[in-house]
Design a protein. Sequence first.
Lengths: 308, 195
Amino acid sequence: MIRHLLSGADLDADTATQILDTAAEMAAVAGREVKKLPALRGRTVVNLFYEDSTRTRISFEAAAKRLSADVINFSAKGSSVAKGESLKDTALTLQAMGADAVVVRHPASGAPHRLADWVDGSVVNAGDGTHEHPTQALLDAYTMRSRLGRLAGLSVAVVGDVLHSRVARSNVLLLSTLGAKVTLVGPPTLIPVDIAAALAPGTDVCYDLDAVLPTSDVVMMLRVQRERMNDSYFPSAREYARRYGLDGPRMGRLPEHAIVMHPGPMNRGMEITPEVADSPRSTIVEQVANGVSVRMAVLYLLLGGNNR
Amino acid sequence: MAYPPAARSSPPRQPSVKVILTSADLHRVVDRIAHQILEKTQGAADTVLLGIPTRGAPLADRLAARISSFEGISVPVGVLDITLYRDDLRRHATRAVGPTQLPAGGIDGKRVILVDDVLFSGRTVRAALDALGDLGRPASVQLAVLVDRGHRQLPIRADYVGKNIPTALAENVKVTLAETDGADEVRLHGEETPS
């Protein structure tokens, strides 16, 4: 088993499948009388969050607690980071406290990789800058597998701001490892040149959403971050919504079995209309529930045994 | 430093393999346990069989099949994976988690009979009891094993024993079943010095 989870590329097909299979067993815990397993008793998991996050932090916290680990939440606001402490000094502090795993979210791409050199415990990347978010990719893959029964051979359209999306990058890496075919869709300004070749050969790029819909098994809508809306990547929010937003008529062009995903938080009316977000095809709420199971699987496989 | 093999002071140890139960013996033993369960539970009402993977699971299926053929009673069968409850998780590389399947009626208020192939230290059963406690509240818990080889490290005993096999700690009891290994047999693997 791997020691850290920093990138979707850290996982080969066997390891990724093992995580998804373990997550399926972990999911059963949510339906039990006692929603707790003793597997990580006495282990300490630190949630080190330099960026605001609700669902990811709560999801990791719930996952660690269901496995009986002790959880320490650390957010940059109101901590010594606000007084100017460097990432390395914070890491050494956590190390001294005996953290067995550090779950880190950081605005700088690559911060978890640096952290992995400084601490003895396992490092889990919970989103770094515009780089990667591997547990989101795992929970997306889990959701696709549980809805559609397989991953190999699926056509997945990832739609929106690929340029700034760590979710997109991790998903391309993981899904291509697991045999799905990813097509990146969005305005040319938001899809980096050569990204397909750089991440995973076989990934397609298309600038026309309507052309991709009829052959997609999965449509994954990415959030258009509000702060980007005035950065002239596209002329106006309304034009973006018209060309790349998923609405009812567009959803009607999808194959019968296709599902609609969104990593959240959504901008209703921008990249996705409420009609689509609340339809039975949407897996958005399921993705949140699956996130806990997948993160339990990751924490168990990283910390459960003696893997040093 | 390099001594020729012939120059060793003690003769090399030979592994020995002894068949304890043949396929026919094993079937008789399962039949007997099925009868004992029916006798001790007065007809196996409100009873659930839970097999502990790997080989407890097919054994539980067999017991249920035999009970059904003897008295026409269908006893619910499930699988209880105890990986996450083991006390030695940290001593080994991470173990794969297997499926746990409880029968539709659940285990609350039922008589649960845990089924495993070999009873040795008792630690597996301890883990299974912990797992059961998180899944519900059975009225009572019993234990059925194909082989009891002794050397208990915890105060645990079986209610139904297929065969008691006195063993040395260095020896190893190997149960194979048609469902998991292709053939039914119980063997004792040990080391003995040729006399």
